[in-house]
Design a protein around this ligand. Structure first.
Ligand SMILES: [Fe+2]
Length: 376
């Protein structure tokens, strides 16, 4: 196989989609009058059979087939505009079975209804992880996806160094990243110089904030939680990061960017008996949509205590726990008793009593929607 031949970067390139047509005149007429394409080239002048047309960043080359040739294959165009309302796309039929779909640039964000269920995921050997993009290894922490509403991934970059990322953004309702191990340098839109997230730190990535991962340590581990599970990631080649601006109060789709630094955190009492917590500022930045905290047991005073811990239940949409350090037991009349070790995680369904033993050395990441879980 010949080697790939990338386009030269410094020249003016044009990529054309070549379509056959049975009547060049009919196709040019349709594309120019109905869709606003402009003719860039046409030949020969006395009896045209080839034309190049463009609209936005699409370039079409039409080639008229000769008499007796096979009927041109059907083609499909999608024309998207941010000035069109979302909804059912309009479909136009052009010559030679050309189908044209006209729709809003961004489809509405679809957030499926939550399916409440108990999901317990154990940390396995690294060999059980699967390869994702850019040399990253992934472990799915919520394989059932709760009806498609949530996804959580444990991501590992075994080898450090520059990360081959590009400026991009995610169309989400909620997304956060917790750094579990190592460090990673990331640039965020209008948040000043690139930041370095270290173990215990956390960021809230508001919907559609532009960002780019620059570099990581070896053995970087992060936990990423998103809603909905399936969402679009768009590149933004028109933006360079960092932008040189610092606008911490800027809202992106109603949410502020947050970078929580563990070493500056203040520990306060938790609603869980035997635990204290550091709040990571996500509740305030999302106006109550979501909350994230690190819980740690008070330690020796309750070390090894089994039983007697109050059970709680919630009536929220999402309650996720990831064991950062230590070992404990999750106890529930409905779900049974489960030993939990570092790297294990669980989703606890609504209206189900449970207790987590505050054993010595235990630290848990807790992520909830809404920020303050209503009691069941
Ligand atoms: Fe991203």
């Amino acid at each position: 196989m010949p080697p790939p031949m990338p386009l030269p970067k410094q020249s003016h390139n044009s990529v054309q989609v070549v379509l056959s047509c049975s009547s060049l005149a009919d196709s040019v007429q349709f594309l120019t009058s109905e869709l606003g394409f402009q003719v860039r080239m046409i030949m020969p002048a006395d009896d045209p059979t080839v034309a190049v047309l463009s609209a936005a960043d699409c370039v079409l080359r039409l080639e008229q087939t000769g008499a007796g040739a096979e009927r041109p294959a059907p083609a499909r165009l999608r024309i998207l505009s941010d000035e069109l309302p979302t909804g059912v796309p309009r479909v136009l039929e052009g010559p030679d079975r050309l189908s044209v779909e006209i729709a809003a640039l961004h489809s509405p964000l679809i957030v499926p209804e939550t399916i409440q269920e108990f999901v317990l995921t154990r940390r396995g050997a690294v060999s059980e992880w699967h390869a994702g993009r850019a040399d990253m290894l992934y472990r799915d922490l919520i394989p059932p996806r709760l009806g498609g509403r949530f996804t959580a991934s444990h991501i590992l970059i075994p080898t450090g160094g520059p990360v081959p990322d590009y400026v991009h953004y995610h169309r989400v309702r909620f997304q956060m990243i917790f750094c579990k191990n190592g460090w990673v340098r990331v640039a965020y839109e209008d948040q000043g110089d690139p930041i370095t997230l270290s173990a215990g730190d956390c960021v809230l990535q508001p919907p559609e904030i532009r960002h780019r991962v620059l570099e990581s340590s070896e053995g970087l581990e992060v936990v990423e939680i998103s809603c909905p599970a399936a969402h679009e990631t768009w590149s933004d080649p028109g933006m360079t990061l960092p932008t040189g601006r610092m606008a911490p109060e800027r809202e992106f789709n109603g949410q502020r960017f947050v970078c929580h630094v563990a070493r500056k955190a203040i520990w306060k009492a938790s609603r869980f008996p035997g635990f204290e917590q550091r709040d990571m500022g996500i509740a305030e930045a999302t106006k109550g949509l979501a909350g994230a905290r690190v819980l740690r047991s008070y330690g020796d005073a309750v070390a090894g205590r089994r039983g007697g811990t109050s059970t709680i239940a919630h009536a929220g949409e999402f309650a996720f726990y990831f064991v950062l350090s230590g070992a404990t037991v999750l106890e529930s009349a409905a779900l049974g008793a489960h030993d939990l070790s570092p790297g294990d995680s669980c989703v606890l369904p609504a209206r189900t009593d449970f207790a987590i033993q505050p054993t010595a050395g235990l630290e848990l990441l807790e992520v909830t929607l809404p920020a303050e879980l209503p009691g069941a």
